[in-house]
Design a binder for this molecule. Sequence first.
Ligand code: ZN
Length: 92
Amino acid sequence: MIRALIGLLIAAIAAAFIRGVIQMITREVGQMVNPDSNKANPNAAGPNTANAAGPSGTATPLRKCAVCGTYTPGDRMIQGKYCSEACATRSQ
Ligand SMILES: [Zn+2]
């Protein structure tokens, strides 16, 4: 029983470690593919990440269509519930 718990703990630690490594690699590859993004626009790395969901950002929370279940940016939804006119009329 204790052995199983220890195994589980080790698995959890390994999973966290692997996730960290993958995030690191992803970041490195992103910088490799687009190396000037930080130099050309020094603000991009800092405050913009915190403001991503802010009023000026393009990131709008996705909302699920009440009819077909498609996720659509909230500001583009019809009546705040439907992804398209078709779904809005289908629900009526
Ligand atoms: Zn829909």
